[in-house]
Design a protein. Structure first.
Lengths: 386, 71
């Protein structure tokens, strides 16, 4: 692939003089390929949530940027991610979500793997009725596993395999939300939904990170959570987002609310934070429920937002959960026209990446600067290797 | 076509794996002194038993190991 060029130095200036990432980073397929390697494969990208595979043996095939993966909870309850590909002839192993009762059997020649990925039998590999051969070392032919880590129920994967440990890379964010290190209980079927949007995944991040748009795009939200009640969160090279000082709990007609997470400090009585775990996971932390949005970058300008809501207790009122899901769905749907509009806008040759509001766009610029830094590092390494 | 062949084809068509385990075990038993045929059928019984987590999987594995066909 030819070396891509774009003026990333302008992105990395301070927010008051910086330009945003140029159009190429949103509409040029060659840049998308570069970004996959530099940003999405080289760091810890969100893939799914562990609640997608609640019981041992549950297996869900999925695709991440064209790669066939298998999310599975093994017999001991550990969630793993494998390439969904037989080590023999490269056949897809699992075609649809299902329970693995015993072993994963390849439908082609019936090589079988345990839920931990071990190759357990190779039928007729040495001829009819002979299931071993000296050339076939099963210990070397287990399923290829993708490095994974679970935090706040989100399954993060590091495709390149060489990123720093998740806990080290995101230590500051984990520390910031240490009070929220509590069991999270997925609200179930009525607490997850997907939104398919015609936009580059980065624009969904950028919109999520800032509160500047709230009074214009979410007027309903603004009636009780005004712009001046929000603050920016921007940790250079690490994470960004926004916080509110007037979080208001949802109540039913009798005034009932969701139970709170235990042991939170008084800050969280009315405080809430909404932060992006770079690159593609949007998290919300509040006193009585949390959410995770995993952005699935299907194509350059096609993203699926997988939204999951979590509560502090295993059971909560179903009606209240349904109302809560609908409320968030309405909010997130209100954002669709802007992320799609910004994507279309990036086909305008005169658009130079845009200028940031130094007061309001710090979190968005923080993300741009992080992306630019990853790409610059990748380009430097590539140049050095040539 | 034997009755066993017919039942095997029916079980394959229905993707009825517990029955496939039983029928391939039956085929192995009926192979008599033809060790190659018996191990072929035992292999199939073992594979489907493994896939199912069937209780016969360990003993099928053991039988194949005894014949030097499995590790």
């Amino acid at each position: 692939m030819a070396q891509q060029t774009s003026d990333l130095s302008a992105v990395r200036r301070s927010v008051d003089t910086a330009q945003g990432l140029s159009n190429d980073h949103y509409i040029n397929p060659a840049f998308f390929e570069e970004e996959k390697q530099a940003v999405l494969f080289a760091t810890w990208s969100g893939l799914a949530v562990a609640s997608d595979v609640p019981e041992p043996g549950d297996a869900v095939p999925m695709t991440f940027l064209g790669m066939p993966l298998l999310l599975i909870r093994d017999k001991d309850g550990d969630v793993r991610v494998f390439y969904n590909t037989c080590r023999h002839r490269g056949m897809i192993l699992v075609d649809e979500p299902r329970k693995i009762e015993g072993a994963i059997r390849c439908p082609y020649h019936s090589w079988c793997y345990s839920t931990k990925g071990n190759l357990v039998t190779t039928p007729h590999v040495g001829g009819p009725g002979q299931n071993t051969h000296t050339a076939i070392n099963r210990d070397e032919l287990g399923l290829n596993e993708v490095r994974s880590h679970i935090w706040r129920d989100v399954v993060f994967i590091n495709i390149s395999g060489d990123a720093p440990d998740f806990a080290d890379m995101h230590a500051d964010l984990i520390k910031r939300w240490a009070e929220h290190e509590k069991p999270l209980y997925h609200g179930g079927q009525n607490s997850k939904f997907q939104l398919a949007v015609e936009t580059n995944w980065k624009l969904a991040v950028e919109n999520y990170c800032e509160s500047y748009h709230l009074p214009w795009v979410h007027p309903g939200l603004n009636s009780y959570s005004r712009l001046e009640d929000h603050y920016n969160i921007a940790e250079a090279g690490k994470f960004s987002g926004q916080g509110t000082l007037v979080y208001r709990q949802l109540k039913d007609e009798n005034g009932n609310t969701f139970p709170d997470f235990d042991g939170l400090s008084s800050y969280w009585d009315e405080g809430a934070e909404y932060i992006t775990v770079y690159p593609n996971v949007l998290l919300g932390a509040q006193r009585d429920h949390a959410f995770a949005i995993v952005l699935e970058p299907q194509e350059m300008a096609k993203t699926v937002e997988h939204i999951h809501l979590y509560y502090a207790t295993p059971t909560t009122d179903e009606g209240l959960r349904t109302t809560n899901s609908q409320m968030w769905k309405t909010v997130f749907e209100e954002d669709i026209f802007v992320v799609q509009g910004m994507q279309r806008g990036r086909h305008s040759p005169g658009f130079d990446g845009g200028r940031f509001s130094p007061a309001m766009d710090g979190p968005t610029h923080c993300f741009h600067e992080w992306v630019a830094g990853r790409i610059e590092s990748y380009r430097s390494l590539k140049t050095a290797a040539e | 076509m034997s009755d066993l062949d017919t039942r095997l084809l029916q079980a394959h068509a229905a993707d009825d794996k517990p029955t496939l385990v039983a029928l391939y075990e039956e085929a192995a038993d009926s192979a008599g002194t033809d060790l190659e045929a018996a191990c072929f059928y035992l292999t199939h019984a073992y594979v489907f038993a493994l896939e199912l987590g069937h209780p016969h999987a360990p003993q099928l594995h053991q039988k194949l190991c005894v014949q030097g066909r499995e590790s």
